[in-house]
Design a protein around this ligand. Sequence first.
Ligand SMILES: [Mg+2]
Length: 437
Amino acid sequence: MSTPQIKPNLIPNIMFVDMNSFFASCEQQVNYYLRNKPIAVCVYPGKYGSIIAPSIEAKRKGVKTGMRLSDAIKICPELIPLETHPSRYREIHVELMDVFHKYSDVVYAKSIDEAVIKFTHLKYIHKDLIKVAQQIKEDIKSQVGDYLKCSIGIAPNTFLAKLASDIKKPDGLTLISPENIDDVLKNIKLTDLPGIAKPTALKLNDAGITSVVQLRHTNHEKLKKAFKSIVGIQWNQRLNFIETENYSSQYKSMQAMRQISKAQRKSLQNIKNLLASLCLTLEKRLTKQGLYLKEVTLTVRYETGEHYHDIIKSSQPIQEGAEIMKLINKNIKLYEDQNPNTTVINSQVNMLSVNVFDFVSDEENQFNMFDNNLQKRKLRKTVEKLRDKYGNTKVKKAAELHEKEAMVDAIGFGSVKHLYKYQANDSDILITENFPD
Ligand SMILES: [Mg+2]
């Protein structure tokens, strides 16, 4: 792999908008009573429910994402727990995207509460992006919701724009330019950079690089030696205004869903297998598009008209059906542990839907992957090619035939030599793909 020779962009014309405490702010937006109060959005608001989004007021009291309600209430007795309303957040997300589109035609939703707005081609239309950012904040208040706040970062590339948006929360506005970058970076630790974890920071320390400013000014040979790969060079490039984010992906989300007939729901294992087949269908689409995901939602509808909905964020970009399934199962288990008399996958399920969001491309992801992941990726691509050659349902990975094992062990994965003919009927899986709005 050779280092791409790309010219840096020295003009701060990339904007990163990060909505502050988004889910909680949406709840406070629609319910006036909840404003200025510490609230916590939970998948399940019972005693042992875990918090997926504390409000700004709750964060100030020390309440954090992932805490159990019973623990959070110990440090913040006035905390108000609320159930999550994903459709509400999605509606507001769409309205926010409409605001951003007023200012640029190139807008990427990075997740439900983050967007990148590019102004690279609009320098004669928008001369002062600080003013544009202030206007966007005002438009959000007047057109979407007066209680919604965001932190905006402006910089010459996406990475630095995101970093700038993280500097002041809530309601921040920070610009990073070639003139002020070293001053801004002085106050940031290596581990504050999104993507630099402790092991990477230690590697850098070993090479004598102890600060972000130093990382920015270290030459490529030294970085190559320290990392024995181009990862270090990539960090240096990001800090030197080179765009390393790949925007080739046109996809915003993909959904696989299916109705479950009365006959199908007689066996629980059958329903679980159908859920696994949805995950595998998504894997196939993702592999084909060279995409990894960081967010999954599961919706289960029941005969009774009730439904279960869950939003799951993955700490690592993933692509495999087995890994998607593992994430889903982990959360289902958590929910069932918290609700002892409830079973998510039960004999009343009549619809299953899995949505995936927050994509990362192959190119962006390969820098973060371990060797065995690279091997797995190669294998998946080979399988996809065979599928294209011999027809969709004829060739399946061995793991797909033994979904149960595959789901228990996300790494458990047959090898190509185990490929054999398989008759499957995926025809009732509905796949939809959404492009950026
Ligand atoms: Mg946010």
